[in-house]
Structures are given as structure tokens and as C-alpha cells.
Design a binder for this molecule. Structure first.
Ligand code: HEC
Length: 357
């Protein structure tokens, strides 16, 4: 016995010796382990974000795919998340949290948001409506049983519910043209749109309770260091990633009033068409691009605190709101029925990317 043990230990030493260089290398480049739902249409985006975090933090990325079963209402349970975070990874990507009241699985923490998702209004080709209140009286809207959008009918007397038992069925109903509109969970629509031959539908975020979600990564308290790396990484959500609809952040009235005020206060330096003069251009792919990685809040803060350069902060709050509405409209953002408000605009994390043509 003793002999055997001795033999073993010598052999173990030899093995350890032969492995030393590899172990050493692994230590020099620590690993960031993430779990990604490979069944989600946003898996590629989740992977790109994780790549970026690892690169900036000098970590080697190790991805463990899992099947969250898209289309299945049950999804992944809190217990399964915990199991993954205990054994397979430090971060689980792609978890949606309601912006109205973030609810996380018990015991788990969330990184900063790295994308937006939620329930969207989907409209048939040729429809001009961009929100529920735009739809003509009596319009039937396909919706999935027991999802938040069922509550919106009570707030909008002009529309009627056409209830289906699954997201797949609701998606099919709007895609086949049986209804003019539907309300769906955005990833369901993204998944549909990824198929060749998909009908070109309108997709607009809903400005309703419990419709807006932030996408975060989940972690356990013991992975706080990895979460810190995540939060320290500047993340630009690729404009070409599946994210069809843009949020409506201002009203048409604001944008129109904003144009007049822009001419009066800003155009002398930024040009009458935002093309730039002594001040930089404020429109187009050379300005609001993924590299610049602006949020609406960052740009609005510059505008409201440093502009006009001749009198920083000298305009009324309403003037800044309107000018910002004009600036967003010119960069391809849609008008909606809720006005842009000063404090909300200052804090907005919505990406400002040029979406015009
Ligand atoms: C007297 C000239 C002048 C006027 C008037 C002026 N700006 Fe500027 N603006 C500038 C200059 C110059 C810069 C660049 C400053 C810098 O980068 O440090 C700038 C920068 C900006 C930026 C930041 C652009 C970026 O990419 O960093 C925004 C946004 C902006 N201005 C908006 C406005 C708006 C809106 C108004 C009107 C309310 C306005 N400006 C009025 C000269 C002006």
C-alpha cells in the first residue's frame, strides 16, 4: 500500500511537471465563462457582447450554450439559472427585466443593461399606425393568452383583442394577414424575421405598462469581479443586430417646433440641415455611429448644459426638449404620442444611432 501510494505520488508529480507550462499559460489569461441561450434569436448579439467584455478585460471567453426553449412559455427556472451559475459560468446572458420594476430570480444579481427588448406592436405591410391609439376604431389585434398586452385593451377602447394560445399562433396570424396588427414579445418577432421569405412587418415598441424590458446578464454575488468587468465595458449594440423597431421618444409637434428653435439658436454653427459648419455635423452615419456609441442621455446632456456654445444652458427646458426631438427625428427616430421630457431625456440610455438612409 505504502509503495503504491509513493509510486502514485511520483507519477502525479511527473504529470504535474509536464502540465506546468499549460497551467501557467492558463493563469496568465484568466477565463470569463458565460452561458448563452442558443435557442434565442439574440444569441449572436449576446456572444458579441461577451466577446467584447472579455477582450477589454483581457480574459479568454468560454461559452457554454444552453437551450432556453424559445416558443415554450416556461423558459428557464430560477433553480436552473442558479445551477448554471454555480457550475458552468459566471454570467448568464440575455435575461430580460421589466424596466417598470426589475424582478430578478431570488439570490441573483444583474449587470447593467446591454440591450432593450419587450412587447411590441406589429403591423401588417402598408399599415401606417405606429402606436395603439393610431389604429382605427374596431381594429382587431392578435395577442397571446395571459401576456401583458392583454391589459392594454382596457386602456385603448379603439382596439379589440383576438386572443391566441401561443406566441407562434399569434405570429402566424399577423404574418398571414388575417389581422392588421398584433402585440408580441420582441424576440418572437426577431425569430420570425430571421426566416427567409418573412413578410416585412412594422415593429414598434409599445409605450404601455410592463412593455419595456432591459436585457442584462445574471450572476451570483461570488462572481462580482466578472460583473464589474462587464459593467466597465462600453457596449455598443450593433445597429445591424435584430432590433427592428425604434422607440418613439418625442412627438411630431415637438420636432416641428424644434426645427424653428434649432434655426434660431444652433444653425449658425451646426448648419441649417445639421450638416455642420464651425460646429460638428449632428446627423448621419459619420456622427451617430456604433464607434461614437452615444446614448440619447449623453447627447441631450451636452445640448442642455453646453449649448448653444455662446450661452450654455441659456434656453428653456421646453426649448431643449424640442430641439432634441428635431435632432432625433433627423437621425431617423419615429415620433410617438408621448412628449420627450427633460429629466427623462437626461437619463435616457437609448442608443443614438443614425437610422436614416
Ligand atoms: C457658436 C457656435 C455654436 C452654437 C450656436 C451651437 N453649437 Fe453645438 N457645438 C459647437 C462646437 C464648436 C461644438 C464642438 C465642441 C467640442 O467638441 O468641444 C459643438 C458641439 C455640439 C454637440 C456635440 C457633438 C458631438 O458629437 O460631440 C452637440 C450635440 C451640439 N453642439 C448641439 C448644439 C445645439 C442643439 C445647439 C443649439 C441649441 C448648438 N449646438 C449651438 C458650436 C456651437
Amino acid at each position: 500500500m505504502i509503495k503504491a501510494a509513493k509510486f502514485l505520488s511520483v507519477q502525479a508529480l511527473c504529470i504535474a511537471g509536464s502540465l506546468l507550462p499549460a497551467t501557467h499559460a492558463a493563469r496568465a489569461q484568466p477565463v470569463l465563462r458565460v452561458c448563452i441561450d442558443s435557442s434565442s434569436p439574440t444569441a449572436a448579439r449576446d456572444q458579441a457582447v461577451a466577446d467584447r467584455v472579455a477582450r477589454q478585460a483581457g480574459l479568454t471567453l468560454a461559452v457554454t450554450p444552453f437551450n432556453g426553449g424559445s416558443g415554450d412559455d416556461d423558459g428557464v427556472s430560477a433553480k436552473e439559472f442558479r445551477a448554471m451559475l454555480t457550475s458552468a459560468c459566471e454570467l448568464v446572458m440575455g435575461y430580460p427585466v421589466d424596466t417598470a420594476g426589475p424582478a430578478l430570480p431570488p439570490g441573483l444579481l444583474a449587470t447593467k443593461p446591454y440591450a432593450q427588448t419587450g412587447f411590441v406592436l406589429v403591423t401588417a405591410p402598408g399599415e401606417t399606425a405606429r402606436s395603439l391609439s393610431d389604429l382605427p376604431n374596431g381594429t382587431e389585434i392578435a395577442v397571446t393568452y395571459e401576456t401583458a398586452p392583454n391589459l392594454y385593451f382596457a386602456r385603448h377602447g379603439n382596439v379589440l383583442a383576438d386572443v391566441h394560445m401561443s406566441d407562434a399562433e399569434t405570429m402566424q396570424t399577423i404574418a398571414s394577414g388575417k389581422v392588421k396588427a398584433a402585440m408580441l414579445w420582441r424576440p418572437t418577432v426577431d425569430e420570425y424575421e430571421a426566416h427567409p421569405g418573412a413578410v416585412n412587418l412594422g415593429v414598434f415598441p409599445l409605450d404601455e405598462p410592463h412593455a419595456r424590458y432591459d436585457v442584462v446578464a445574471l450572476y451570483l454575488p461570488r462572481s462580482a469581479r466578472q460583473a464589474e468587468s462587464f459593467n466597465a465595458t462600453k457596449i455598443s449594440v450593433d445597429a445591424s443586430a435584430p432590433a427592428a423597431g425604434l422607440p418613439a421618444l418625442f412627438t411630431d409637434t415637438q420636432a416641428k417646433a424644434g426645427y424653428a428653435k434649432f434655426l434660431g439658436n444652433c444653425a449658425q454653427c451646426h448648419g441649417t440641415h445639421l450638416e455642420g459648419r464651425s460646429g460638428p455635423a449632428l446627423k448621419g452615419p459619420n456622427w451617430a455611429n456604433a464607434k461614437a456609441d452615444y446614448t440619447v442621455g449623453e447627447v441631450f446632456t451636452v445640448v442642455s448644459q453646453q449649448m448653444p456654445a455662446t450661452g450654455p444652458g441659456s434656453l428653456e427646458h421646453a426649448d431643449y426638449e424640442q430641439i432634441m426631438a428635431y435632432l432625433l427625428q433627423q437621425n431617423g427616430y419615429p415620433a410617438g404620442d408621448k412628449p420627450l421630457q427633460f429629466d427623462q431625456a437626461t437619463m435616457s440610455k437609448v442608443k443614438l444611432l443614425y437610422h436614416g438612409s
